[in-house]
Design a protein around this ligand. Sequence first.
Ligand SMILES: [Cu+2]
Length: 497
Amino acid sequence: MTLLTLLLIFILVAIVFVQLSKVNDLSAKIRGEEEVERQQNDRQAFYLMVFCVVFLVGCVWSAIYYKNVMLGYGPHTSASEHGYSLDSLFNITLFFTGIVFVITHYYLFWFSYKYKEETGRKAVFFPHDTKLEIIWTAIPFAVLVFLVVRGLQVWNEVMPDLDPTVDYLEIEATGYQFAWDIRYPGPDGKLGSKDFTKISGTNGLGLEWEDVKNLDDFMPSEIVLPKGQLVRVRINAKDVLHNFYLPHFRVKMDAVPGIPTYFHFTPIKTTEEYRQGLREYPEWNELHDPTDPDSPLRWEAFNYELACAELCGNGHWSMRRIVRIVEQDEYDEWAASQQSYYLQNIRGGDEDPHKGKLLGVEISNRGKELTSEFETALKATDAGDRVLNLKHVFFETGSATLEGKSKYELDNLAGLLAKYPTQKIEIGGHTDSVGDDGNNMLLSQSRAQSVLNYLLGKGVSSANINSKGYGETKPVDANDTEEGRQNNRRTEITLKS
Ligand SMILES: [Cu+2]
């Protein structure tokens, strides 16, 4: 409908012009060509002046009118530390180019008006003026030197190499058609090494699993960063040029296949703080989705985003990712809840070079798990909730001898008992139902005793622990499947109240 109306307007305007030119032709025949030409010159000179005024006023007006949707103004002041330097550089450049823009346009139209053809006026031949040449060379020279020097200062401020002693969080972004793989370093704080020949269906980045730094790295679906933390982003591409663009943080860097690039910045506003800033502006208090009355307001629905700023193919738009800036403690909680990519997808599989070995990251995860289970059980009042299964304590088959790898769990337990020195526990041994009941009872007793002896050896007070064998009397699962029997063969501790 709009298109049809526009088309109609266009046709009508064209008809008006055709009719006007017919009228002109007719009047020219009546009054003589010269007179008509003079009048047309006057009219066109006048129109040019009108255009000049409307155009310049329009430019200034639209800049002011749209100020609040532009980065750097109104609600969109920078959300990163260095962003303010870049924004001020843009403003300085805008100031100088703005002056040139107004002056050149003013003279362009004013001269067309002033020097329009007039009877009896002759053009002046004006070949050269040294003074003028000097002026219009010297002024741009001075302005450009100032802009370039200021630009270099800002560049050095924004792009220095990071001193390795400085505390920063390093993450990695790898662009490909059409998504980003974002990698975080995990608890060790270090990203592991890569080799493109290792790229496979399960290992899209070609991470080298022999490098233990890779084992705790995680790849979340959203980018979460702590406020006030210096962040360095390693930027890569796997296929074509992409661009890592975080507009609200004034971060923009090409992702080039084969050449890693980087950028570092410090976010200074959490997502929530930025939303509160937007809230001050009436246009951000409109419905996010105007067709849905239950939709959140625009400021409530706001999120920082990562965009690919390179037209990298027809799925380019889908490279958008949400970026969430949170306070440090919220970040720590989020990071702790992330699962290592290796442990989730590679561990125990064909590509795992550490098969059969217990890894440092697993030991520390088990320690954390036992601590949290122990502390939850401590607070429990229900007797059943005060029982913990020591999942990583193993014995040699048919014997009460502890396997070497049990030591990690037992050392963790000894640590917990040292932390809670008044807490008393019972160690309970359990078997499956295979074999003679009496033998099972004896085996479970001596296994519980082995655990007790180990803990005594670690300095746990004998007044705080006792052991008991339950044999096959307390199964937690069915005894007719191997899995069930495995669940029944276990060592438990009960926290006494
Ligand atoms: Cu892209």
